[in-house]
Design a protein around this ligand. Structure first.
Ligand SMILES: NC(=O)c1ccc[n+]([C@@H]2O[C@H](COP(=O)([O-])OP(=O)(O)OC[C@H]3O[C@@H](n4cnc5c(N)ncnc54)[C@H](OP(=O)(O)O)[C@@H]3O)[C@@H](O)[C@H]2O)c1
Length: 235
């Protein structure tokens, strides 16, 4: 029975990952900030662990907790959007820094912490939940600085992390769920939670090392945002 480790699993896309993998008889390690308030997660009958991904001490603790266990799939799902809209003004510096910790830095630290658990799996895969909001060239106006820049950083960190993971035989991807009806995206979003997670599970089960470091759409298509060779050789 394969094992999946999920962050931010108490609601939204993380909860749906837990639900669908549990229904498929995977062993699910579902983590969240407040297990005592995670009723929906407990009702799935999965293993629930406390983890605030922005806290290095908590990551160290979960590394200890997981010692000796095999993890086939790591889903770095926890994320924050922030309240800023069309301008920089409402973004508090502390909130922006916290968002970098959660959206961009935590996937790197947590993946490193669980690298040995992944490396012993048969076909280990780890991923970051990316967003088209992190492809900054798509925007002709400013705004949404907190979310857009932290997701851009998450994509960039995923490229580097994929190289380290490759050395251990771990496929590291950044995936795009598409705008989906959760607390984050709201009811106006075009995609349903169960459909989004079915699509992403398909992407995950089809993943090969060729996709390492790539930003992969829910359809399986690679979203091009990276230069593949030096603009100026030698620099
Ligand atoms: N929904 C979309 O349309 C969409 C599109 C593109 C990408 N994404 C990405 O997909 C992921 C999940 O999004 P969602 O729509 O499910 O969002 P959501 O409904 O807002 O859920 C976010 C989850 O992240 C958790 N979280 C936040 N900060 C955390 C921390 N410091 N430590 C641990 N968990 C933390 C939240 O836990 P609490 O309940 O404790 O706050 C919650 O479980 C995010 O990375 C998001 O950026 C979503």
């Amino acid at each position: 029975m394969p094992t999946v480790f999920i962050t931010g699993a108490n609601r939204g896309l993380g909860l749906e990952f837990a639900k669908q993998y549990a229904a498929d008889n995977w062993s699910v390690i579902a983590t969240c900030r407040n297990p005592s308030k995670a009723d929906a997660l407990h009702s799935l009958g999965v293993e629930v662990q406390k983890l605030d991904v922005s806290d290095p001490a908590a990551i160290e603790a979960i590394k200890g907790e997981m010692e000796g266990r095999v993890i086939d799939l790591l889903i770095n799902n926890a994320g924050v959007h922030g309240k800023d809209a069309e301008s920089l003004f409402p973004v508090e510096p502390e909130d922006w820094i916290q968002a970098f910790k959660i959206n961009a830095m935590a996937p790197v630290y947590l993946t490193y912490a669980l690298m040995d658990n992944l490396a012993v799996a048969e076909k280990p895969i780890a991923l970051t939940m990316g967003s088209q909001a992190g492809i900054l060239s798509l925007y002709k106006k400013g705004g949404l600085y907190l979310y857009r820049t932290t997701k851009a950083a998450a994509h960039a960190a995923g490229v580097l992390l994929a190289n380290d993971c490759k050395e251990k035989g771990i496929i590291y991807l950044v995936v795009r769920p598409g705008r989906t009806k959760t607390d984050m995206a709201g009811d106006d979003a075009p995609f349903e939670v169960d459909d989004t997670i079915k699509c992403l599970r398909q992407v995950i089960s089809n993943a090969t090392m060729d996709l390492a470091g790539k930003f992969v759409d829910r359809s399986g298509e690679i979203l091009p945002w990276l230069m593949e060779k030096n603009a100026n050789p030698g620099h």
